[in-house]
Write a protein that binds this ligand. Sequence first.
Ligand code: ADP
Ligand code: ADP
Length: 230
Amino acid sequence: QPIIVAKNVEKTYDNGFHVLKGVSLTVNKGEVVVLMGPSGSGKSTFIRTFNALEPYQKGSIEIDGILIAHDAKNIELVRREVGMVFQQFNLFPHLTILGNVTLAPIHLRGMSKADAEDLGMTLLKRVGIDHQANKYPGQLSGGQQQRVAIARALAMKPKVMLFDEPTSALDPEMVREVLDVMRGLAESGMTMVCVTHEVGFAREVADRVIFLAEGMLVEDTTPDKFFNNS
Ligand code: ADP
Ligand code: ADP
């Protein structure tokens, strides 16, 4: 069943740039969608509207039945449903790895510290970082930090995970460890929308490849068709 339903989404930035020109996309539960397209085509802006990081002006976006208002005011509900991982890992440098992962469960979900730490350790184990739980982000490699960022997003028990070029800032040898975690997440049935240039990941893991160009969705097809036709 549909979990992300975006209809005719239009967005113009304050400077007048019309970045999204009526984009529609439906993603079903458990689907993995890879979003591709040239730099500047609006990929990042589009997925940022899904968790109300960007307001939009026309059309509608529903996540698991929750309407994201145009002005992105009802963000709290939707942020619980949607986890996001960025190109820059955005970890809190003054908190330990475990502290980064437990922050939202304690403060936004009201979990006890002990329960949040149990959950945090389980998630850190899942991404292979549990032995680094008491270190600080600056002591970890980029690939390790990105895996922590994934664990931190999962700690809110989201129904949808968004990835915005999660491997673009990583040294080549670290790309694989992050893609492996994403692949595991996909296999566990997570609904995922991933902006990435990783063709191998798209071919092997994606159910659908979406292509955005100049703010319009110009292709929505299977990886097989997408990569054989282009
Ligand atoms: P992509 O992820 O496909 O590279 P983005 O969504 O990041 O594209 O950006 C699409 C276009 O919107 C780019 O031309 C970018 O410069 C522009 N843009 C992004 N953010 C802003 C902003 N805050 N104000 C004005 N233009 C912006
Ligand atoms: P990415 O492609 O990784 O999203 P960008 O370079 O497009 O990175 O954007 C980085 C930041 O700069 C974002 O917060 C975006 O909103 C902002 N930005 C990008 N282009 C513009 C622009 N033309 N005017 C104002 N802000 C912009």
